[in-house]
Design a protein around this ligand. Structure first.
Ligand SMILES: Cc1cc2nc3c(=O)[nH]c(=O)nc-3n(C[C@H](O)[C@H](O)[C@H](O)COP(=O)(O)OP(=O)(O)OC[C@H]3O[C@@H](n4cnc5c(N)ncnc54)[C@H](O)[C@@H]3O)c2cc1C
Length: 432
């Protein structure tokens, strides 16, 4: 039996059901297809830090595979056209991959299933629960977070499985080398891609000195590592299994007892889970301005305001600091994302999708379900039962950056600029 395994957001050996399912293969080809970055909202390409994190994750995966006599084949292009060629060339008997909840990712698998003569199987490896574990209809549960949390409250996450001790050999092909890690280094936040780095962060944060024990107090901090878990880059790329993270929380609770912090953190994993299943349910409407309700939102597109938001050059110092943090590190805290998103949507009146697309380009933890789901939530076209969130940024700055340390660290104070440079008919507004 010849098998192909297509890695997607599961760049790891531990708790990877897709890899384990290959034990019986005589030969195994392991493939990763570099993500397609379609131009969307006039934004193209991938940010430097996101690219760095992904390359590091792939190199780390390749190194682990080599220690088991395997290799990773990296391809560039559309999976729908590349994989059928591989199946033919390798004379494969089956193609396996992991379930990814986004519409385009699922459509790629559906296309392959329809057009390949060999079976295509999708295994759920990146969620706490399998769809069959969820009680009742997904459509009803995935609408709002509270009924979802109540429905899954009694469920235990699936137990993580160990990394395979051995893997079947690769075909005797000459593999091209993966791109070198290059000279790009993480800036300001030392977050390195790869399974080992993710497992270490989990272990240090849950069982180390400063971490989960204080999470209830620190989770809203604006800088990474000192505040929240900062596990998201590894969870989003699948370098770290979400079930491994849940199991670590459970181990900590068994040793030290459950407390407000452990419960909060598990609840955050449930938010991730909620958006995961909501994305499956939402299908294409995850990318619609009005979401699944097709609600119409009034928007103005003032390109200069969008450019200033992206660069961190608005008249709001905290938003500037947050955007500068994102542009430099590829990461932003949850509180920061909420504020930057609310500012774009409610103060600049820009279509939320432009902000989501900009986040997609830069976030090292970009995850289609969490990103688009959270943006829709704040814009009031998604899962928020209250119809959207409008934050008072000055008040939030007083609460979360009372001494202005974050603003000063990221140089958020910029010269004041006029709100509009053109009028409603697009004529330049002359300065007074
Ligand atoms: C506008 C906007 C865009 C976002 N885009 C993304 C994204 O592309 N990728 C992403 O992983 N998260 C996204 N989030 C959710 C959240 O901001 C990040 O998961 C969190 O900031 C990551 O930091 P952490 O690992 O320290 O989180 P912690 O607070 O330590 O939480 C632990 C884990 O729980 C999950 N989690 C926490 N909050 C949320 C949430 N609101 N929604 C979904 N999962 C959550 C994450 O996997 C996170 O790593 C977004 C939120 C907003 C408001």
């Amino acid at each position: 039996m010849r098998s192909i395994y297509w890695f997607r957001n599961d760049l790891r050996l531990h708790d990877n059901p897709g890899l384990l399912a290959q034990r019986d293969a005589d030969e195994l080809l392991l493939v990763y297809v570099w993500p397609k970055y379609r131009p969307w909202c006039n934004i193209t390409g991938i940010g430097a830090q996101r690219e760095r994190f992904l390359i590091e994750s792939l190199l780390a995966l390749d190194a682990s595979l080599r220690s088991k006599g395997q290799r990773l084949l990296l391809l560039h292009g559309a999976a729908e056209t590349l994989l059928p060629h591989l199946v033919e060339r390798f004379n494969a008997d089956r193609l396996l991959t992991s379930l990814a909840p986004g519409f385009y990712e699922r459509r790629a698998v559906a296309h392959l299933s329809e057009n390949l003569s060999v079976p295509v199987e999708c295994l759920a490896g990146n969620s706490l629960f399998a769809q069959s574990d969820l009680p009742g209809a997904l459509a009803e549960q995935a609408k709002h977070f509270t009924p979802f949390r109540e429905a899954v409250g009694q469920l235990r996450p699936q137990v993580p499985i160990a990394a395979p001790a051995q893997l079947p050999p690769p075909p005797t092909w000459s593999f091209t080398e993966l791109p070198a890690a290059g000279t790009r280094a993480p800036i300001a936040l030392p977050l390195r891609g790869g399974e080992q780095a993710g497992l270490e962060r989990l272990n240090n944060w849950v069982f180390g000195q400063q971490g989960i024990a204080d999470y209830a107090k620190t989770r809203n901090c604006l800088d990474g590592l000192d505040g929240s878990s900062t596990l998201s880059p590894w969870l989003a790329t699948g370098c770290l299994s979400v079930r491994e993270a849940a199991a670590a929380i459970a181990r900590y609770e068994a040793e030290q007892g459950a407390n407000e912090s452990t419960e909060w953190l598990y609840q955050e994993l449930l938010w991730r889970e909620f958006f995961y299943w909501r994305a499956v349910q939402d299908d294409r409407s995850l990318f619609r301005s009005g979401g699944d309700k097709r609600r119409i939102r009034r928007c103005i597109f003032e390109p200069r305001n969008f450019a200033r938001w992206c660069q961190g050059d608005t008249n709001q110092a905290l938003v500037n600091a947050l955007m500068r943090q994102l542009n430099t590190t590829g990461w932003m805290s949850n509180r920061g994302r909420q504020l930057a998103a609310s500012f774009l949507i409610n103060e600049l009146d820009i279509d939320w999708r432009y902000g989501a697309a900009y986040f997609e380009k830069h976030l090292i933890d970009f995850d289609v379900a969490s990103n688009y789901g959270n943006w829709q939530y704040i814009a009031g076209v998604g899962a928020d039962p209250r119809g959207g969130r409008h934050f008072n940024i000055d008040k939030q700055a007083r609460l979360y950056d009372p001494d202005g340390l974050f603003v000063s660290k990221w140089q958020g104070n910029r010269p004041q600029q006029p709100e509009f440079v053109t009028d409603a008919a697009d004529w330049p507004i002359m300065p007074e």
